[in-house]
Design a protein around this ligand. Structure first.
Ligand SMILES: CC(C)(COP(=O)(O)OP(=O)(O)OC[C@H]1O[C@@H](n2cnc3c(N)ncnc32)[C@H](O)[C@@H]1OP(=O)(O)O)[C@@H](O)C(=O)NCCC(=O)NCCS
Length: 334
């Protein structure tokens, strides 16, 4: 069974309720029907019957719960939650009442209220508009200050000696543009959690750089190596039981012979399976190289670090991508 099929099967066994915020999008409506039919999760679709009939007349939405913020009895309750969460930032009660009618904000408030277990949106909204309600209202998990993202990278076969698990986790390729040392440490800890819970691997985390254990130094220039070194210290102090080390060049992280030479004694060098890139440029370029040159399949971006699971779809997504994202979200739910 492929990893994706395993994720869907595990999600089905958990019977979580996931809100899909974009009932105006045909792909989302089709995915809602498919997820329900295949029993992957229970779906709340934000939209209304007339709109769904117009956009996707052939789709049978039996078993899908439709909620329209414009007519829902819950909107006033959610507006009060929004007001409480944002009043210190200057939001008025009137503004909260108005904003709670927005579909993505309504979805995030459903999650905050505990009426659903997870949130998926972004088929027709930007990353910022999809994640902002979560950042503002749901906020981060205890002990974590940074929401980040990772890709679960699935090898085309099990023949690569540098990735014997056939699966790896790359982070952060999509959210934090130039993370601080503290943010890199959070990205490492949450990526390890994702590796275990979604990718099903025992994490060995490499903090990547162009330098291995001080071999290259840019003290005089941009301080990027010291930043990764500091992130290693912070992450080790925060998660002493986690197999995590660095800073490593990519080859020192995955090739046993290079790891032994450049980082003797390290438990992670030469056998890493979770890779934390120093910034979004490196991460985004890195995962696309693995995809295009290496034939890896990328699942994600999977958001991590939220107090409750929220995930962002790409605007170019298809129905299968939405189904997969809902399954991942169901696995992230407590
Ligand atoms: C994540 C992102 C979307 C947030 O953007 P934003 O909405 O402009 O965020 P803001 O700076 O207005 O912050 C909104 C709130 O979220 C919080 N926040 C922002 N980023 C956060 C993060 N990574 N972790 C935790 N909290 C975060 C802020 O502290 C702020 O909280 P507050 O209002 O309670 O003080 C932004 O980091 C981004 O655009 N990243 C790049 C996304 C991208 O282009 N990706 C490419 C796709 S491949």
């Amino acid at each position: 069974m492929s990893l994706l099929d395993q994720i869907k099967a595990k999600a089905a066994a958990r019977k979580k309720t996931i809100v899909l915020c974009e009932g105006e999008d045909k792909r989302v409506i089709e995915a809602a029907a498919r997820i329900t039919k295949e029993g992957i999760a229970k779906i709340v679709l934000i939209g209304n019957e007339a709109e769904c009939k117009k956009v996707a007349p052939e789709v049978d939405l039996t078993g899908v719960t439709l909620i329209d913020p414009l007519t829902s009895a819950k909107t006033a309750e959610y507006a009060a939650i929004l007001y409480e969460a944002r009043k210190a930032k200057g939001m008025t009660e009137e503004q909260a009442k108005e904003q709670a009618k927005d579909r993505t904000i309504f979805g995030a408030l459903m999650l905050k209220a505990g009426d659903v277990d997870g949130y998926v949106s972004g088929a027709c909204h930007s990353t910022a508009n999809t994640l902002r309600p979560g950042l503002q209202v749901v906020k981060t998990a205890p002990g974590i200050k940074t929401v980040s993202s990772c890709f679960i990278m699935i090898a085309p076969d099990n023949k690569n000696p540098y990735n014997p698990d056939g699966v790896a986790v790359f982070a952060d390729c999509a959210i934090n543009i130039e993370p601080t040392a503290e943010q890199l440490a959070d990205i490492a800890i949450t990526s390890a959690k994702t590796a275990k819970s979604i990718a099903g691997i025992e994490p060995r985390v490499a903090m990547l750089s162009f330098s291995t254990k001080g071999s290259g130094n840019d003290d005089k220039f941009y301080q990027t190596v010291p930043k990764v070194q500091q992130a290693v210290e912070i992450a080790k102090a925060a998660a002493p039981d986690l197999a995590l080390d660095g800073e490593f060049q990519f080859d020192a992280a995955v090739a046993p012979e290079v790891g032994k030479l450049k980082a003797p004694g390290s438990k992670v060098a030469g056998c890493a399976n979770v890779f934390v890139f120093p910034n979004i440029n490196a991460g985004n370029i890195g995962y696309k190289i693995a995809q295009r040159f290496g034939g890896y399949m990328a699942i994600g971006p999977v958001c991590q670090g939220f107090a409750k699971p929220l995930n962002d779809l790409s605007r170019g997504c298809n129905v299968e991508d939405i189904v997969a994202t809902v399954a991942v979200t169901a696995l992230q739910a407590e």
